[in-house]
Design a binder for this molecule. Structure first.
Ligand code: MG
Length: 380
């Protein structure tokens, strides 16, 4: 396999660090040529010394100056810096792992410059899935999933047509409150919500795993990524997080993809696709895993899945509103301003107040995002 030149947007977050490990493990196949981070100067300095990228950027301009002084190379800054990296002539693939809406413009710029993109930031496909997939098709580039669930589905589909699929089955760990009675949900503390049973991730995504909003966002992503309407996207709770997701075909056969939970597996597949290459990951020990169990998600405890389905059905700007309202609600919950149950209420109220714009432009999407943030602050 020819080595691939990677631009890594979001170098120091949890996906970025796992990507660095993959690149360090496969130096002959994966070369990081560009690196960006929002403001982690220490993390960037270390990564630059290790991988020696051609170009680097930091979103925060004063941090960019600080980094420049340390690494003695020019550091691009702001949104423009991210776009500069995303369109580097040397890049084959741009991995977008920046939290929030900041990844949207660089992702679109990369696609328009003819680069494949690997998507870790949920916002890209949730907010602008229709546009991103349309642009990718127009420019003949690939959108590769980095999320473990979507990587699993991508691997199970392997060139099958959407018409052959009965349904996509996303697995969910169920989060820390899977077995907690609904009566106790009102008293859930921030510390409890931040403890995740199987994955070690950032704060926002950990709360999203506890509410299952994470899975709701993934339903919408899957809908766009695989061109399968949201009513053919289901969720099953699988606490061991070993089956990363499944595809049920028209004939009733189901394919699943399995591995121990470690983000290096899906990241590597996105970066080496369509090839499979050996690595230094430990082998999966089934005797040690011992059992795989499945159960249906509780729709009363977790209205997030219903809200995601409604957002996916409504389409247009509604998924962006769903996402933004959740972000505001999670921030307020972490700050101790609202309770756990109000996260769901805030999202539902904001969605109910939204008037959908169909087939929105990027500006319309960003406007809906802003509107939803204000509305969510108001109703929370
Ligand atoms: Mg996931």
């Amino acid at each position: 396999m020819k080595p691939k030149n990677i631009v890594l947007l979001g170098t120091t977050g949890s996906i970025g660090v796992s990507t660095q490990k993959v690149a360090a493990d496969l130096p002959h196949l994966v070369k990081i040529v560009g690196m960006a981070s929002r403001e982690s100067v220490d993390g960037m300095e270390q990564a630059i010394r290790q991988f020696k990228p051609l170009k680097v950027a930091m979103t925060n301009p004063s941090k960019a100056k600080e980094l420049e002084a340390r690494v003695k190379m020019s550091v691009a800054s702001g949104e423009r810096g991210l776009v500069e990296l995303a369109t580097m002539p040397e890049a084959d693939i741009v991995l977008v792992a920046i939290v929030g809406t900041a990844g949207l413009e660089p992702a679109l710029a990369a696609i328009r410059a003819g680069k494949d993109i690997a998507v870790a930031s949920k916002e890209i496909l949730v907010m602008a899935g229709e546009m991103v997939m349309g642009e990718a098709k127009k420019h003949g580039v690939k959108v590769l999933p980095v999320d473990s669930e979507h990587s699993a589905i991508f691997q199970c589909l392997e060139g099958r047509q959407p018409a052959e699929v009965k349904r996509l089955i996303l697995t969910a760990s169920g989060g820390p409150f899977r077995q907690k009675p609904r009566e106790e949900f009102a008293h859930i503390t921030v510390a409890q919500a931040l403890k995740h049973p199987s994955w070690n991730m950032g704060q926002k995504i950990t709360i999203d795993s506890a509410t299952l909003f994470n899975k709701g966002l993934e339903m919408i992503e899957a809908r766009w990524l695989f061109d399968i309407e949201i009513d053919r996207v289901d969720v099953v709770v699988h606490p061991q997080s070993v089956v990363h997701s499944m595809v049920e075909f028209l004939d009733g056969s189901i394919l699943a993809q399995l591995s121990v939970p470690d983000m290096r597996y899906p990241i590597q597949y996105a970066l080496t696709w369509p090839k499979r290459v050996p690595n230094s990951m430990p082998p999966t020990d089934f005797a040690k895993i011992s059992q795989l169990t499945f159960e249906n998600p509780d729709p009363v405890k977790f209205p997030s899945l219903r809200l995601a389905r409604e957002a996916g059905r409504a389409g247009g700007t509604m998924p962006a509103v769903f996402n933004a309202a959740n972000e505001v609600a999670v921030a307020r919950f972490v700050d101790g301003q609202i309770g756990f149950l109000q996260i769901f209420e805030t999202v539902e109220r904001t969605m109910n107040a939204h008037r959908v714009v169909a087939h929105p432009s990027l500006d319309a999407i960003l406007a809906a995002d802003l509107w939803a943030r204000k509305e969510a602050e108001r109703v929370a």
